[in-house]
Design a protein around this ligand. Structure first.
Ligand code: PEP
Ligand code: MN
Length: 347
């Protein structure tokens, strides 16, 4: 692990003094930068548990005093900031639903004006890089020096694998736009499932993220919020040991190379997914042609595709001959796929 790696862990919600202290005790020697616990919880539906509120502040002070960990909470209103500062909370974070609302972010930035406390800004729920950057810039204008960003995934319609789709290209773009702001990953809210947490955490390490925020609960199945995604302290410590920090093995000079290669992996995944989608559409075209007595190769259309792709290539500064080769390969595969789908149907 690099020396500057930021580790934040703790329960989704503070539930009781005993639960908070048990979580903190379990994490005592895990090398945390901050212990987390939500006391004001943004819930999607009314009537759900909305956090213990200010009642939880003395429990966190006890963690500071008795366990010796720094503590952080989510803030969504100026009043939350006043109470956090008064209680001596060490760091605050802005949650995903708050980042999505510039009015609310500005209220928080105003309340933080002239205050010297570290702040983490989670990405907004929607996949909108500008909204995330905007929230960070409001904090910078308020004079916050110690800023972090947390990637916790995005709401994407129809998404099934993840609770919040990681859309890795967005944090990669964020990092390039804000190279000086440490970028943490929150695999708990991305996956929504504890079994998937290690894999996403490793992906973020491969992409050169600067830290992790992970939900850890002494008895995850009994948690009042986000039960399915929380880890026991023991499992969290194991996860830290399992993480493969390539830069350690290969020497710090290769850290940038590893990050760039992981960026290529993300793009390749998207490329293959697009090709598969194109092929699916192409097969439907094949069936349509069959039903309407059209030949598979429509030469005028093929020439149009070649012209179009050459223009697009030029616009992107790509070599036209290279793109022509790529398109010829795609076209060949497309014709083969159309013939196959027609053959299979007539069997
Ligand atoms: C949380 O960290 O508990 C939380 C509510 O996260 P998010 O804002 O990412 O949904
Ligand atoms: Mn949570």
């Amino acid at each position: 692990m690099k020396a500057s790696f930021t580790l934040i862990a703790g329960p989704c919600s503070a539930e009781s003094r005993e639960q908070v202290l048990a979580a903190a005790e379990g994490l005592k020697d895990a090398g945390l930068s901050y212990f987390r616990a939500g006391i004001w919880k943004p819930r999607t539906r009314p009537g759900a548990f909305e956090g213990v509120g200010s009642t939880g502040l003395p429990w966190l002070q006890e963690v500071q005093r008795e366990v010796g960990l720094k503590v952080c909470i989510e803030v969504a209103k100026p009043r939350h900031i006043e109470e956090a500062l008064e209680a001596g909370i060490d760091m605050v974070w802005v949650g995903a639903r708050t980042t999505a609302n510039p009015f609310q972010v500005q209220d928080i930035a105003d309340a933080l004006q002239g205050v010297n406390i570290p702040v983490a800004v989670k990405n907004p729920t929607q996949p909108d890089l500008a909204l995330w950057s905007g929230a960070v810039e409001r904090m910078q204008r308020a004079g916050i020096q110690d800023l972090m960003a947390v990637h916790r995934g995005f709401t994407v319609h129809g998404q099934k694998t993840y609770r919040n789709a990681p859309l890795w290209q967005i944090p990669i773009d964020f990092r390039n736009a804000h190279p000086d702001i440490p970028l943490l990953n929150d695999p708990s809210h991305i996956t929504g499932q504890r079994d998937m947490v290690p894999d996403v955490a490793q992906m973020s390490v491969d992409l050169g993220f600067d830290g992790l925020m992970v939900e850890v609960h002494p008895d995850p199945d009994q948690a009042w919020t986000d039960a399915a995604q929380q880890l026991t302290p023991k499992r969290f410590v194991e996860l830290l040991q399992e993480l493969d920090f390539r830069s350690d093995a290969q020497g710090a000079t290769h850290e940038r190379l590893a990050a760039l290669r992981s960026e290529i992996d993300v793009i390749d995944e998207a490329l293959v997914e697009l090709l598969a989608r194109r092929m699916g559409v192409s097969e439907n075209i094949g069936l349509y042609k069959k039903d309407h007595g059209l030949t598979i190769l429509q030469n005028a259309r093929w020439k149009q595709i070649l012209r179009q792709s050459a223009q697009l290539a030029e616009g992107q500064g790509l070599d036209a001959a290279f793109i022509e080769d790529v398109y010829k390969a795609i076209h060949q595969a497309s014709i083969a796929a159309q013939r196959k789908v027609i053959r299979d149907r007539s069997k």
